[in-house]
Design a protein around this ligand. Structure first.
Ligand SMILES: NC(=O)c1ccc[n+]([C@@H]2O[C@H](COP(=O)([O-])OP(=O)(O)OC[C@H]3O[C@@H](n4cnc5c(N)ncnc54)[C@H](OP(=O)(O)O)[C@@H]3O)[C@@H](O)[C@H]2O)c1
Length: 273
């Protein structure tokens, strides 16, 4: 019997690429969707959705720029309706831990009438290698309005493993998995671990939200700078300073530790540029 086909949104991104590759290896037909991906797809252009949804059994929903964006619940609701109309059976949502708007999107998916699963992730380790914190690491200073808050950084490989399990195994239907790493770390501690593994001078600089926003505007433009700043203000109040058991519950194994991530990233040359 052929394996269910899966639409992966954000298929060139940190989670989507890993998920699409794993599903392909498992023998699932995969539609890799994004603006530049194999299947052209744009969150702001609903006319691009039906072609991506055609004939797929399940969909992985990784919204860009973030479920914290004000328009996200409206877009997710529309996409959910389009998926239902296209005959999609299951939706798996990548959600953000402790984000109010992400909670709204989770409720929309849960109430959609479709079979669903939710992968609710804390801050990714790979923000430091593939995301917006790579530049600051290479420049030697990670400046964030995070004070001394502790975060349970999660490895994107674990996020992808959980998402693939939820997409492919009915035992996870209707479940919400809080996926975190196994340890709380402040950003100062995370920077110190990166420094130790990479041999580079890397430090953490706590800044105010205003300073963070000002520095970001010239790099990413006003809209994304506002979104990231508001997101930081919302989540860096200690609300995520606890461990989740999603990796253990979904996969029956422990999550990957930040130190292992640092060792592997350093060995792969992620911080040698
Ligand atoms: N970073 C974290 O710590 C963290 C933690 C929890 C949850 N999340 C969630 O993770 C999601 C992002 O996932 P990710 O980190 O795997 O992706 P990512 O690495 O940020 O890459 C973004 C992906 O989305 C595509 N994309 C960008 N703009 C798009 C648009 N307008 N329409 C359609 N596709 C678009 C990109 O490909 P193209 O350029 O080809 O379009 C790419 O495939 C967000 O919803 C965020 O809330 C992130």
């Amino acid at each position: 019997m052929s394996r269910p086909s899966v639409l992966v949104t954000g298929a060139t991104g940190k989670t989507g690429r890993r998920i699409a590759d794993q599903l392909t290896t498992l023998g699932h037909p995969v539609v890799r969707a994004s603006r530049q991906g194999d299947q052209p797809f744009h969150w702001a252009e609903p006319a691009s959705w039906p072609a991506a949804l055609r004939g797929v059994d399940a969909a992985y929903l990784s919204y860009y720029p973030d479920l914290a964006a004000p328009e996200a619940p409206t877009v997710v609701e529309k996409f959910t309706a389009a998926a239902r109309a296209a005959g999609v059976r299951k939706l798996v949502l990548l959600s953000g831990r402790g984000e109010t708007n992400a909670g709204r999107c989770e409720a929309i998916v849960a109430d959609s009438g479709l079979t669903y699963g939710i992968v609710r992730a804390s801050w990714f380790n790979q923000n430091f290698t593939e995301g917006h914190l790579l530049g600051p690491v290479l420049a030697g200073t990670v400046a964030l309005p995070a004070g001394e808050v502790a975060e349970p950084f999660v490895d994107v490989d674990d996020v992808a493993d959980v998402a693939v399990a939820v997409l492919t195994d009915r035992r996870h239907d209707g479940r919400t998995y809080d996926v975190t790493g196994p340890r709380l770390l402040t950003f100062a501690q995370a920077a110190a671990e990166i420094a130790a593994a990479s041999g580079r001078a890397v430090g953490y600089l706590p800044v105010t939200a205003e300073q963070f926003h000002l520095a970001l505007v010239s790099q990413v433009g006003p809209d994304y700078a506002r979104l990231l700043t508001d997101l930081c203000v919302e989540v860096f109040d200690g609300r995520n300073a606890s461990l989740g058991d999603g990796v253990e519950r979904a996969l029956g194994r422990a999550p990957r530790d930040f130190a292992a991530f640092c060792r592997q990233a350093a060995a792969a040359g992620a911080w040698q540029q």
